[in-house]
Every structure is written in structure tokens, then in C-alpha cells.
Design a protein around this ligand. Structure first.
Ligand SMILES: *Cc1c(COP(=O)(O)O)cnc(C)c1O
Length: 394
């Protein structure tokens, strides 16, 4: 037996050592506080669960669903886009249901990338963009994101020769892991850049609803001519606290949406119709539950950022997502500082290098743990890490 070359191209898992340390601490009885993973700690709203159970009792939902998603779900998506972004979508040609947005993001390079084609992936970025490119035997080109540019790519700095060979450009704002946001002016520039070079923009808008201080993140499809060059991915996972349900969707350029659909008819047979019915309830029902959850994360953001700053960490205040992207103190890289937080304070965070080389100066904290766990984490960091975290402390 021999594993295929394309599998062997997956970057090595960097955190085996950290995982071992965490398991060893737990085995010793240490109460490890895990704030590494971005999975909402709040439950799915009850009216969505009720829609699932009701739909599941109807035998009509027990058969294979339509490949492209149920008509009701696609219409609900189009209605939500019109209300939320003022973007009009044809539910029959421009909307596709996904088994979670990760599924669609991982499949899109199969549709648009031939072996050796260049794919622009931001560094740092959500790791799926790179691994999915490698699975399609494409060549990922890391586009640097820099703090001085607000963690948005400098389009003018992408070499002409690279842009000419590029087929796909993965983008994600609000951004995981940096919590950066983008405005419509940036998206207009991206659309122009893509049109000039014949590149498909794949915008991952998973976090559009998780924003604070009244900020409403735009859709890429609001940009000038975006539907000619772009496809946008969305998920119910974060907005409605439904990560376990596996429901997302792709919208935008009809040719791109339908080509992805054609691939999927050969791979999967769609998401359970009752889960899609729950998705309809989520998108068309009252949005009060979303506002409440975002308010919970916003209050937690305020308290945690204040607490971490007092404890000696240089935590910025994010305008969106539930992530804090925190520079590591001098003398550390992302893995050694994560190890220090784990060993000294029993606090598990995500080292930035897991998101790309340019993430190596940062750690990512996810606000998706209960308030009392954060209070305890901050107390321990202040007591046991603070002195060594301050500039010049080590
Ligand atoms: C969580 C996340 C996803 C995956 O969402 P699913 O719909 O649960 O697959 C996609 N992109 C980013 C940036 C994420 O953080």
C-alpha cells in the first residue's frame, strides 16, 4: 500500500507536541482551559431545533434530497441575501446547498484548478484553502497579509506573472484567524483585479453576522461586477450556532455555482432535507437569537480584551468574528508562547503558524468558552505569565 503523492503533500501537523503536552497535563489532573477552538459555546436557537424535529417526522424528508438543495432552502437563501445585502440571486441558478461551507470550499479547486495552476491563498489564512488546492494538484501562492495593511492583501504587490497564472483567489472577510474586516471599496478593487486577470474570486463570508459595535460586514457580491468574477461561501454554523448540523451554501456566478453542483452530484447526495428545513427556519425566522448571541460575544470580547491587557498581553479589539489575534511577546514564536501559556497557566490557545508562516508572531484565542472560564484564564495568565509576557520580560 502506498499513500498517493497528493496526500503526502498535506503540510505536516505542527501541533502534535502541544497536543501531547495538553493530554499529559490533563492526565496529571490539571484543569486545562481550552480557548483554542472556534466552535460556538451557545446552543442552536430552539425554533430551529423545532423545525428539524417537525420535518424529520415527515417521511417525505427520508429520501434522497435534490442534489442542488431543496427549492425552499435555495429560496430562503436568496431572500436572506436580498434582505441582508441587497443582492438579488436566482435561486435556481445562483444558489447551491452545501454540507457545511468547508465541503464546498474544499471542492472548488477540483472544478477550477488543473495540475500546476496557481491559486492565491492568504498567509495567514483558513488552512482548507491551501490543502484543497494541493488535493487538486494546484500550486498555492501565499499572498502575505500584514498588520500595517489591516491584514488585507496588497493587490498591487502580487507579481504580474503570478496573477497571470492564477485561476482562483481565496479571500475571507471578516477573517479567521486575524479578525480583520474589509469594506466595499476593497471588494471593488478585488473584483477589478480578478476581471483584469481572469481569476475566480472565492469569498468565504462565514463571519458576516458576527460583528460588533454596529458594524455590518458587506458581501463580496455587493461589489461592482462581482457576480461576473465571484462565488461566495456561507455557513449556518457560526451565525446560528449550528456547527454540528453541517449546512452551508454557495452563491454567485451561475457558471461557477453550477459547475460546483455538477462535481457534487458525483460525490455526495446532498444534506438531509430536514436539516435544510431547519436552515429555512433559521434564515427566514426571527433573527433575535442571532442578535442575542452576538451581544453575548461582544460583551465577552470587551471583558476578555480588557482582562488580557491588564494581564500583560497586547490584545487588539476585533470588530468582527469571535477571535482575538494577539502578538506574542518578544523572545517567543507562536508555538513556544502557546506552550508557555499551556505549561504555566493551563490555558490552551491556537499558535498562529497553524494558519501560515506569517501567523508565527501571533496566537489566536477564540471567545467561544463560558465567561467564568475566561475569568479564570485571565487570572492565571496575570498571575503566572504576565511578568514574562511584558515587553523586555524575557
Ligand atoms: C468555521 C469556518 C468555516 C467552516 O464552516 P462550516 O460551514 O462549518 O464548514 C469556513 N471558513 C472559515 C473561515 C471558518 O472559520
Amino acid at each position: 500500500m502506498e499513500i498517493a503523492r497528493r496526500m503526502r503533500s498535506i503540510p505536516p501537523y505542527l501541533f502534535a507536541d502541544l497536543d501531547r503536552k495538553r493530554a499529559a497535563l490533563r492526565a496529571k489532573g490539571v484543569d486545562v482551559i481550552n480557548i483554542a477552538i472556534g466552535d460556538p459555546d451557545l446552543p442552536t436557537p430552539p425554533h430551529i431545533i423545532a423545525a428539524l424535529t417537525e420535518a424529520a417526522r415527515n417521511p417525505a424528508t427520508h429520501v434522497y434530497p435534490p442534489y442542488e438543495g431543496t427549492a425552499e432552502f435555495r429560496q430562503a437563501v436568496a431572500g436572506w441575501y436580498a434582505r441582508r445585502f441587497g443582492v438579488s440571486l436566482d435561486p435556481d441558478r445562483e444558489v447551491l446547498a452545501l454540507i457545511g461551507s468547508k465541503e464546498g470550499l474544499a471542492h472548488i479547486p477540483w472544478v477550477f484548478v488543473d495540475p500546476g495552476d496557481v491559486v492565491l491563498v492568504s498567509d495567514p489564512g483558513y488552512p482548507v484553502y491551501q490543502t484543497a488546492t494541493l488535493m487538486a494538484e494546484g500550486t498555492p501562492y501565499p499572498v502575505p497579509l500584514r498588520p500595517e495593511d489591516g491584514w488585507r492583501p496588497d493587490l498591487g504587490a502580487i507579481p504580474e506573472a503570478v496573477a497571470r497564472r492564477a485561476k482562483v483567489f481565496f479571500l475571507n472577510y471578516p477573517n479567521n484567524p486575524t479578525a480583520a474586516v474589509a469594506d466595499l471599496a476593497f471588494f471593488n478593487d478585488v473584483a477589478d483585479f480578478a476581471r483584469r486577470h481572469g481569476i475566480l474570486v472565492v469569498h468565504d463570508n462565514t463571519y458576516s453576522e458576527i460583528a460588533y459595535d454596529g458594524f455590518r460586514p458587506p458581501s463580496f457580491l455587493e461589489a461592482r461586477g462581482a457576480k461576473e468574477v465571484g462565488i461566495e461561501f456561507h455557513s449556518l454554523s457560526k451565525t446560528y450556532c449550528m456547527t454540528g448540523w453541517r449546512l452551508g451554501f454557495a452563491v454567485g456566478n451561475p457558471e461557477a455555482v453550477q459547475a460546483l453542483g455538477t462535481l457534487k452530484t458525483n460525490i455526495d447526495s446532498g444534506q438531509f432535507t430536514a436539516i435544510q428545513a431547519a436552515g429555512v427556519a433559521a434564515l427566514t425566522g426571527p433573527q433575535q437569537a442571532v442578535r442575542e448571541r452576538v451581544a453575548t460575544w461582544e460583551a465577552r470580547r470587551n471583558a476578555v480584551v480588557r482582562g488580557l491587557r491588564a494581564a500583560g498581553l497586547d490584545a487588539p479589539m476585533p470588530r468582527a468574528t469571535f477571535y482575538l489575534w494577539i502578538p506574542v511577546p518578544g523572545g517567543y514564536d507562536s508555538v513556544s508562547f502557546a506552550a508557555h501559556l499551556l505549561e504555566a497557566a493551563g490555558v490552551a490557545v491556537a499558535p498562529g503558524i497553524g494558519y501560515g508562516q506569517r501567523g508565527n508572531g501571533h496566537i489566536r484565542i477564540s471567545l467561544t468558552a463560558p465567561d467564568d472560564r475566561f475569568a479564570e484564564a485571565i487570572r492565571r495568565i496575570g498571575d503566572r505569565v504576565g511578568a514574562t509576557a511584558r515587553p523586555g520580560g524575557r
